[in-house]
Design a protein around this ligand. Structure first.
Ligand SMILES: O=P(O)(O)OC[C@H]1O[C@H](OP(=O)(O)O)[C@H](O)[C@@H]1O
Ligand SMILES: O=c1cc[nH]c(=O)[nH]1
Length: 503
C-alpha cells in the first residue's frame, strides 16, 4: 500500500499513524493495528488510527514520530500490517517464569526501540520482571542490549566518574549537589538522570527547573570536555533509548523491578563511558529497598554487573527512612538544592548525604586521600566552589546562571496540615508523602509538591504546621488534601504510646 505523508500537528504520546476510513477498509486495517511505514532505508512502526480528516491515499503521521524520524510532507511511503512481533512470545516466556536467552532479550529490546512493542506489551514485560525477576546473565544481556541499541559517547577526558541513585526516597535532590562538588574538585562527571519513576521528582525534573536538560550527545560532549560535568535527562538522548520507553510505563505503574533497574542504570553508565561509578541505595521503610540485607544483596549485583561491563562500582547504602531535606517536588527541590549550593548550608540530611557521596567519589577518583573525601567535599561546598561549578553547568546547558532561589516559581495554591496533638514526630511515611505530592501534580506540574515543616524526632505542639501542599491548580490541590487527610503521613506520638486495659 502506497500513501503520501501528511505531517500532523498532533501529539498522541505514542507513534500514531492516521488512515482514511475507506483506505482502512480496503487495506483491512483496524484501529490500533501495528503498521510498518517504509521509505527508502527507513522503517518505523506505529498504531493505526482511522479518521476522515485524512484524505484517501494519504497517511497522517503524529509529531511523536516526526520528533524521532524525519519524514517530509507529500513524501510517498509504503504501509504494511506488521503482525505480532516475536518478542511477544519471549515476554510470555518470562511471564511463565522461564529464563530468557540472550537473543530473546536482544529481540525484546530492539522491538521496544523500533516501537514494535507498544505500552501494552511493555507493561506486560515490566510486570513479568516484577513478578519473576532476572538472573545475572539475563541482566547483563539486557544491559548490553539496552546500551548497544543506542549511541555511545566517547569523552576525551579520563577518568570518567559517575553517580546514580536507585531513587525511591522523596526529596532526593542530592545529586544536584554531588555533581558540582565532584567536578569542582577537577574530576569529570557526565551525569545523566531519568525523570521520576516512583517519586514526585527525578533529578532530571529538578534540574530542568534551573536549566535545559534536553541536550544532544554532541552538546554533552562539548560541555563535559569544557567544564567537566553536565546534569542532563538521559531520555532526551539516543543513549540506551529503551530505558526511557520502559520508564514511561514504570512511572504509570509506580514499579521499578530490580533486574530492569540494574539494567536501566548500568546501561546509561556503559553508554556514556563511565569507569568509576557510585551507586546510592536509599534504604528504609517505604522505599524501594527496606532492609540492610536486601540493600547488601542489591549492592553485590551492581558490583558484579559492573565487573561484567568492565566498570569499577562502589555502592553507598544510605538512610532512606524519611524524605531528604524539607522539600518534595521539582521546583521546591530545585530551590532547596540551589540554596544549599549558594550558602554551603542546608538541611542536615541533604548536606550530610551530598558530602558523604561526593567524598566517596573524590577518593575513588584519587583527588582526596583515603578517609578525607567527606571533609574535602564539605570544604568545596562551603567555599562556594561547588556553586560556581553549578553556575557553569546551568549556563553551558542554556540556563541563566544568575538564577536565585526566590526566582523559582512554586505552586501558589497551598494548604497547610497542622498537628492535631502535641508530641514527637516518630515517622514520616515516604510512600504517603510521594503519593500526596503526585496527587498535587508533581512531577509534571513543576511547582507542585510538599514543604515539610518538621522531620522525625522533632517536638511539636498541637496546632503547629506539619507540612504545606503546593499545587498549580485548585482541583489537584483539593485531591491532594483529601489524600493527605486519609493517609496522615506524619505520625506524632507522646511518650505514652498505647494504653492496654484488662485483657
Ligand atoms: O525515585 P524514583 O523516581 O523512583 O527514581 C528515579 C530517580 O533516581 C535516579 O536519580 P539520580 O539521577 O541518580 O539522582 C534517577 O535518575 C531518577 O532521577
Ligand atoms: O535511572 C534509574 C533509576 C532508578 N531506576 C531505574 O530503573 N532507572
Amino acid at each position: 500500500m502506497r500513501a503520501k505523508v501528511r505531517i500532523l500537528k498532533v501529539k498522541t504520546g505514542g507513534f500514531t499513524v492516521f488512515i482514511n476510513p475507506r483506505d482502512a477498509q480496503e487495506w483491512k486495517i483496524h484501529p490500533n493495528d501495528l503498521i510498518k511505514i517504509e521509505s527508502g532505508k527507513r522503517s518505523v512502526y506505529g498504531s493505526a488510527a482511522i479518521s476522515d480528516f485524512i484524505g484517501e491515499g494519504e497517511v497522517g503521521l503524529s509529531e511523536d514520530i516526526l520528533d524521532a524520524y524525519q519524514f517530509s510532507e507529500s513524501e510517498t511511503v509504503t504501509l504494511s500490517p506488521a503482525g505480532t512481533p516475536d518478542s511477544v512470545r519471549y515476554i510470555k516466556k518470562k511471564m511463565r517464569g522461564e529464563k530468557l536467552r540472550k537473543v530473546e532479550i536482544e529481540t525484546i529490546v530492539k522491538d521496544i526501540v523500533d516501537r514494535k512493542l507498544r505500552n501494552t506489551e511493555i507493561s506486560a514485560f515490566v510486570t513479568a520482571l516484577e513478578i519473576n525477576g532476572l538472573d545475572m546473565d539475563e541482566i547483563a544481556a539486557l544491559t548490553i542490549a539496552m546500551a548497544e541499541t543506542g549511541d555511545m559517547l566517547d569523552i576525551d577526558r579520563k577518568p570518567i566518574m559517575d553517580v546514580h541513585s536507585i531513587g525511591g526516597v522523596p526529596g532526593n535532590k542530592t545529586n544536584v549537589i554531588v555533581v558540582p562538588i565532584v567536578a569542582a574538585a577537577g574530576l569529570t562527571i557526565p551525569k545523566t538522570s531519568s525523570r521520576a519513576i516512583t517519586s514526585a521528582a527525578g533529578t532530571a525534573d529538578v534540574v530542568e527547573v534551573l536549566t535545559n536538560v534536553t541536550l544532544s550527545l554532541d552538546e554533552i560532549k562539548r560541555i563535559v570536555e569544557k567544564i567537566g560535568a553536565c546534569l542532563v535527562w538521559g531520555g532526551a538522548l539516543n543513549l540506551a533509548p529503551a530505558d526511557d520507553l520502559t520508564i514511561h510505563v514504570e512511572r504509570r505503574l509506580s514499579l521499578d523491578p530490580r533486574g530492569l533497574m540494574l539494567a536501566s542504570i548500568m546501561s546509561k553508565k556503559y553508554a556514556i563511558g563511565s569507569q568509576y561509578i557510585l551507586i546510592d541505595i536509599p534504604t528504609g521503610k517505604g522505599v524501594k529497598v527496606e532492609t540492610m540485607e536486601e540493600a547488601r544483596s542489591l549492592a553485590k549485583d551492581f558490583i558484579e554487573l559492573g565487573k561484567r561491563l568492565g566498570q569499577y562500582v562502589e555502592v553507598a547504602i544510605t538512610y532512606g527512612g524519611q524524605p531528604i531535606g524539607h522539600t518534595i517536588g521539582p521546583a521546591l527541590e530545585a530551590k532547596e538544592a540551589l540554596e544549599t549550593l549558594m550558602t554551603g548550608k542546608g538541611p542536615g540530611s541533604l548536606v550530610e548525604k551530598a558530602v558523604g557521596l561526593a567524598g566517596i567519589l573524590l577518593e575513588m577518583g584519587g583527588v582526596a586521600p583515603k578517609g578525607m573525601g567527606r571533609k574535602v567535599a564539605r570544604e568545596i561546598l562551603e567555599s562556594g566552589k561547588a556553586y560556581q561549578k553549578m553556575r557553569e553547568i546551568i549556563e553551558e546547558q542554556g540556563g541563566n546562571p544568575d538564577i536565585k532561589p526566590e526566582d523559582i516559581p512554586i505552586g501558589d495554591k497551598t494548604y497547610t496540615i497542622h498537628a492535631q496533638s502535641s508530641g514527637y514526630v516518630t515517622a514520616i511515611d515516604n510512600k504517603a508523602i510521594t503519593a500526596i505530592a503526585r496527587e498535587a501534580g508533581a512531577p509534571e506540574d513543576k511547582g507542585a509538591g510538599i514543604m515539610l515543616h518538621v522531620k522525625v524526632g522533632e517536638k511539636v505542639k498541637e496546632g503547629d504546621p506539619l507540612f504545606t501542599i503546593h499545587a498549580e491548580s485548585e482541583g489537584k490541590l483539593d485531591k491532594a488534601i483529601v489524600l493527605a487527610r486519609r493517609l496522615e503521613p506524619i505520625k506524632i506520638e507522646g511518650m505514652v504510646l498505647q494504653v492496654v486495659g484488662n485483657l
